[in-house]
Design a protein around this ligand. Sequence first.
Ligand SMILES: Cc1cc2nc3c(=O)[nH]c(=O)nc-3n(C[C@H](O)[C@H](O)[C@H](O)COP(=O)(O)OP(=O)(O)OC[C@H]3O[C@@H](n4cnc5c(N)ncnc54)[C@H](O)[C@@H]3O)c2cc1C
Length: 520
Amino acid sequence: MITDVVIAGGGPNGLMLACELSLAGVRPVVLERLPEPSEEPKANGLLGQVVKMLDRRGLCERLSGSPEPPQPNSAYFMFGAMGLDLSLLEDSPIYALPVPQRRIVQVLQERAIELGVEIRRGHEVVGLSQDDDVVTIDVASPGGAYHLRARHLVGADGAHSTTRKLSGIGFPGITYDRMTVRSAHATVPADWVDPATGALNVPGYGAVSPFMPHRTERGGFSYAPMPGHPPLVSTTEWDQPTTDAPMSLEELRASIGRVLGVDVPLGPPDGQGPHALRRLSGGNTRVAERFADGRVFLIGDAAHVYAATGGGPGLNLGLQDAVNLGWKLAAEIRGSAPSGLLNSYQTERRSAAQRMVLNAQAQAALIAPGSDVTGLREVFTELLRDPSTVQRLAELTAGADVRYDMGGREAHPLVGRFAPDLELHTPTGPVRLAELTRTARPLLLDLTEGASLAETLAPHHDQVDIVAARSQAPAPTALLLRPDCHVAWASASPRPDPTEIETLRAALQRWFGVAERAHT
Ligand SMILES: Cc1cc2nc3c(=O)[nH]c(=O)nc-3n(C[C@H](O)[C@H](O)[C@H](O)COP(=O)(O)OP(=O)(O)OC[C@H]3O[C@@H](n4cnc5c(N)ncnc54)[C@H](O)[C@@H]3O)c2cc1C
């Protein structure tokens, strides 16, 4: 028997891909080597465009526990430990969802199971080979070794990906070994915390704003009071002596003393763990030389890793890899994928990963110690008074400046971009665009006069959801959305003319292979 898709790795990105494939009608098998989900504290939350993407699948509500749609941060964020004044912007792209990674995994696993995904825990991918038709996967499991044959294998097996290594895909980049990051959940003196601002008033040093990395010429310090958890206290230092000693709160306190020049007493964290207490030395910034090799694909940390300094872009990128690949792979399996569709996964997501590398490295350079960097930061601080600079850096940080190449030199400015949030009025009542994309199907949103497109394309409703609506806000008059919510075609005409309809048909053919039927 040949399985359609096997996913190696049941971390957040593998589970997200499993959900996306299932929504598109393909039931994958997930092989996860751990018998139980990891308790290792990793991500503290999600940042950037991925928050909006999860809203478009109805997952934000499950993660945040609130029915309210996510709201942008319009106050303050940071770039290279410098403040970005988001109040200067009309449309802040910074969205944040403070949810620990183990909860993200739990929610995605529950959703995958709801959608009929088979998750085999304790099953490890240990070997693979492929020919033109099939990938053969060697699996080690508690019940013994076995082989699985699949049409496609996706490596979502993390930074040390076995899939990547067995496929012979190189992982070029840099190992930056000068930096040591120490972090711990800890208590701080209660009377140092400003109840109004949440800042930590450090005697002899001054106020340290919450969640804002703070740079001195000797290193970095941050204080992050996570809701419902003890604060996460961290330092970053350069050129520290190496040690094998277990990490301790005393070591972190000594590090704070070196960075800030004053003592900050730390106590053990309150409440139920697991609690972070770690020292990370060095870091890798690498992007796989290919995201695909024949029938094998890579997503998430298997495809890219960063020494992240800008608020953890890892899952912003990885979860969107999953959303980009899921519908394309499902179309390939159904036999409906137009030529080149599957190749576009690597083209689109590898360039998004490279942009995130640029972001991570630029921020790392800006927090490095030394008076020369201080000079650079002063110039940057002047530039950051300009709203357009703040907008660009906020978009870079959020990954909101990703625009896929979808051809069409004269295309509408939204083409290639993630579709904007829209409040719509349909014959059945008000609805947010995010609520129309939960099925992960192609969507034609028709806001034209008299819903002219909906009528033209009505015969294709089995392949493309067609929704006629009105929008109060200045909006395009029509949008064709891919399942990953990137705009494949858009119009600004109240009634698109025949030339525009031709470009719509070309987009339908390019992404969904439906233009021939649209002509008839
Ligand atoms: C300390 C820390 C803090 C972070 N903070 C943030 C943050 O705040 N925000 C953010 O967005 N990102 C953050 N990240 C990055 C984020 O955690 C990663 O990007 C994310 O875990 C990647 O998910 P993944 O599913 O690709 O890989 P992983 O989470 O590594 O999951 C891979 C899974 O594959 C399994 N596996 C491995 N090999 C095999 C095999 N051969 N067969 C079967 N299964 C296998 C593993 O057991 C694992 O469950 C942080 C990372 C660290 C280390």
